[in-house]
Ligand binder design. Structure first.
Ligand code: 5RP
Length: 262
């Protein structure tokens, strides 16, 4: 029941419900990772079941692939389909230009590959993710385990030459062990606070040996769907320059996939 959801989950659900309206019969769709994207995968499963549309999903993580199969979304690999019509994913931060920080869930590498291989990227978020300047959320950087401490030192040295207000990097842990991405890599979280020139930071990070990819998604997002707990939704289209305000009418008895474990 929607009334049982916390305000934040309600907002994420509203964004997801609106975003699946971008999906059309026959599309190849990139499936993001994270709690907001999980709502979208569940809504897509419902759409496939209720309306009989045919969709091929390409997951951005093993856990999204598991969830997709569980809710009846057919899953293929990116190598199977090569190019996608649409990707729908969450974000940790977005700014007014629809630039993003992603990777809080550790899936930034596959997320960036999949989003870049898509004609359109739709990002779903709740209003708390909006910032004036990217960087309050620690910037995730995927690095290979070999020599990671040297890579970290090189990153910290590089940070002294770019316009940011914090310069600490920390290894992401899972319990007492380093967190491992689906590719077996590590994540360094960069506590930058304010990233004045995201393009410069992204470029120099990716030139450091050992860095696989960083969580800045610049000029990749086309449409941002911001859901709110009161059922309203804002749809910003960066290409058309439009901002639409809509309302999603929720039926209180709506089946919210209570039988599906994420
Ligand atoms: C995973 C991501 C997620 O999209 C991001 O962390 C947002 O997650 P959530 O929707 O749970 O807030 O980038 O790597």
């Amino acid at each position: 029941m929607t009334a049982d959801l916390s305000p934040i989950d309600r907002a994420k659900y509203i964004a997801a419900r609106r975003a699946v309206e971008f999906i059309e019969d026959g599309m190849r769709v990139g499936l993001g990772t994270g709690s907001t994207a999980a709502w979208m995968v569940k809504c897509l499963g419902e759409l496939i079941r209720d309306e009989g549309i045919k969709v091929t999903g390409v997951a951005t993580s093993a856990r999204t692939a598991d969830l997709a199969r569980q809710v009846g979304v057919p899953v293929a690999t990116l190598d199977d389909v090569r190019w996608l019509d649409l990707t729908i994913d969450g974000a940790d931060e977005f700014d007014r230009n629809l630039n993003l920080i992603k990777g809080g869930g550790g899936a930034l590498l596959q997320e960036k590959i999949v989003a870049t291989a898509s004609d359109q990227m739709v990002v779903i978020a709740d209003p708390s993710k909006e910032v004036d300047t990217l960087g309050a959320f620690p910037l995730p950087v995927e690095v290979i385990p070999f020599g990671w401490q040297t890579t970290k030192a090189l990153i910290e040295e590089m940070l002294s030459n770019v316009e940011v207000t914090g310069r600490n990097a920390s290894l992401r842990l899972s319990g007492t062990e380093p967190f491992r991405t689906d590719e077996g890599n590590f994540i360094l979280d960069l506590h930058l606070r304010r990233i004045i020139n995201p393009a410069q930071v992204s470029l120099v990070l990716n030139q450091i040996p050992g860095v696989v990819e960083n969580g800045l998604f610049l000029d990749i997002c086309d449409v941002l769907v911001i859901g709110s707990a009161d059922g309203t939704v804002e749809v910003r289209d960066i290409n058309n320059g439009t901002v639409q305000h809509e309302r999603i009418d929720l039926i209180d008895s709506e089946n919210l996939f209570v039988d599906i474990a994420e």
